[in-house]
Design a binder for this molecule. Structure first.
Ligand code: FAD
Ligand code: FES
Ligand code: FES
Length: 510
């Protein structure tokens, strides 16, 4: 039986029974709830005009607040969660929240179209910084103790575009907001957590509209049973790919099963051998964990879409979609990651590169789904792993790769062992460079070796020309990333710059 979608919005629990399954949160806000503060710019997750904040109970009983793009989130996914928009920030006495006041003081708004989105990204940062800090240290002096750096602020705002202000006043405002006295938040987190606990479901949430079904199971078994019974049910995770199929391509999705409430798929487990990441873990959390083990992934982390997209999008969605220009796969393949699939009661795993058979064709049956990824830890001989990933795109932030490169090998003195190279943007699937690897295997890591490997790359790839890059450009750029890898990892390199400040490097080289 269909149940209403229940979520917290504007100080009340809302129940919605008459919305389409793929009605977006933005459509709901503007057309149904008449909260028109949130704007629509692109309807594809790019501009940030529609940024809202979603609150969700966390494992400790608190609430985590994440900025996401309302234009590509479907309303039923709000079930059990809280929705905050720019309308929530004004205080009951009419005064402005420090986030808003700082925008006024620093002249951070001109035409104002982007402003509600910026303000919500800033509020998410304000909340995250305040609560994380207060929770850890019980410190009341937010301004002195927990102000994020200018780079942290810039990273939090990568998903918001402004055509008028030139960004500096907005970054100033985001610094200023921590210094202003004022109401701490539009919410009392403890009571919000209790409210959300009261609407939490223990069983699969089932919703129907005009014959289209939406299920949000709580367990892997529940998800597996639905996929087994109705294999063509579409899996929905963060909807950062799927959302655009609806808003841009007007596609009908059929029945949907949502993985975002399957707790076990949102866990990260670290053992001696593997970092095991559930397929439903957000891209942001997945990279945060991976970068602890492989700090070389930091550039890819920062440059993967924008924070709102990384908050919503999942690592499993990236891998399952398997786009040839997806950013996670080259790095994961170079690290030797394995993908775990589940179908019915059966689990099987394989090296990630084996999942991709041809363009949009995977070794995954219709009733199967991606359960988790297993990334080897940096232990044993892998303590000497040399690893880099590089993204070549026209913009530094929030752009799709023309070429995405990943290189890894175990340094045995000056000798290259077990090289693994993978690229995105160079073939119809994410693909290893086996000819190039063969040149490197057991060779001395000298410049001549790197140059021979660059030549061999021509045997691995015959990339396409498209709007992002020509075939020649792609191949040349790919070879150059290998040369850069050599420069950065050559023996006795005095710089060894795996923890360079990528944003500064980009600014210097722009
Ligand atoms: C503005 C914007 C910028 C972007 N930038 C980047 C970028 O820089 N780099 C990049 O790589 N990508 C980028 N993307 C694409 C997208 O964010 C990623 O591919 C993301 O990881 C998709 O995950 P999701 O959870 O949103 O998947 P969804 O959209 O929910 O699903 C994507 C596909 O995967 C399937 N699926 C999802 N989970 C599973 C599962 N567990 N098992 C089986 N099938 C599953 C779905 O059925 C669907 O076919 C961008 C997207 C947008 C809108
Ligand atoms: S309207 Fe542009 S990101 Fe949503
Ligand atoms: S103030 Fe005009 S788009 Fe930002």
């Amino acid at each position: 039986m269909s149940e209403p979608i229940r979520f917290y919005h504007r100080n009340a629990i809302r129940e919605v029974s008459d919305a389409g399954v793929t009605r977006t949160v933005l459509q709901y806000l503007r057309e149904d709830a008449h909260c028109t503060g949130t704007k629509e710019g692109c309807a594809e997750g790019d501009c940030g005009a529609c940024t809202v904040v979603v609150g969700e109970r966390d494992a400790e009983g608190g609430v985590s607040f994440k900025a996401v793009n309302a234009c590509i989130q479907f309303l039923p996914t709000l079930d059990g969660r809280a929705l905050f928009t720019v309308e929530d920030l004004r205080q009951p006495d009419g005064s402005l929240h420090p986030v808003q006041q700082a925008m006024v003081d620093c002249h951070g708004s001109q035409c104002g179209f982007c402003t509600p989105g910026f303000v919500m990204s800033m509020w998410a940062l304000y909340e995250k910084t305040g609560h994380e800090h207060a929770g850890q240290q019980g410190c009341a002096n937010k301004a002195a103790c927990s102000t994020p750096s200018r780079d942290d602020i810039a990273n939090a705002l990568t998903g918001n575009l402004c055509r008028c202000t030139g960004y500096r006043p907005i970054l100033d405002a985001a610094e200023q907001m921590f210094k202003l006295e004022g109401p701490k938040a539009p919410v009392d987190v403890k009571s919000l957590s209790e409210t959300l606990a009261a609407i939490e479901r223990n069983e699969t949430f089932h919703y129907e509209h005009k014959g289209q079904q939406y299920d949000a199971p709580r367990t892997v078994e529940g998800l597996a049973a639905i996929k087994q019974a109705r294999p063509n049910t579409r899996i929905l995770a963060g909807s950062t790919d799927i959302g655009l199929w609806v808003t841009k391509q007007m596609r009908e999705l059929g029945d949907i099963v949502y993985v975002g409430q399957v707790e076990a798929m949102r866990e990260i487990r670290v053992s001696d051998a593997f970092i095991e990441i559930g397929a439903g873990v957000s891209v942001e959390r997945a990279y945060a964990e991976l970068a602890k083990h492989y700090p070389e992934l930091e550039e890819m982390w920062l440059r993967f879409a924008s924070l709102p997209i990384r908050n919503a999008g999942t690592i499993g969605g990236n891998v399952a979609n398997g786009s040839p220009i997806g950013d996670s796969m080259p790095g994961l393949i170079a690290l030797g990651a394995r993908v775990v699939l589940r179908g019915g009661a059966v689990e099987r795993e394989m090296p990630l590169e084996d999942l991709y058979l041809a363009y949009q064709k995977k070794d995954m049956a219709e009733h199967e789904f991606v359960l988790a990824l297993k990334v080897p830890t940096r232990t044993g001989a892998r303590a000497n792993l040399q690893f880099r990933t590089y993204k070549v795109s026209k913009r530094f932030d929030s752009d799709i790769s023309a070429v995405c490169a990943a290189f890894a090998f175990i340094a045995d003195g000056d000798t290259v062992r077990e090289p693994r190279i993978a690229f995105g943007g160079m073939a119809a699937t994410p693909k290893r460079a086996t000819h190039t690897e063969a040149v490197l295997a057991d060779a001395q890591w000298h410049e001549a070796t790197a140059q021979a490997a660059m030549i061999a790359m021509g045997n691995d790839y015959a990339p396409l020309s498209d709007m992002r890059a020509t075939s020649d450009y792609r191949l040349e750029a790919a070879k150059n990333t290998l040369y850069r890898f050599w420069l950065e990892t050559r023996p006795h390199n005095p710089l060894a710059p795996h923890a360079i400040n990528v944003r500064n490097v980009a600014a210097e080289t722009a």
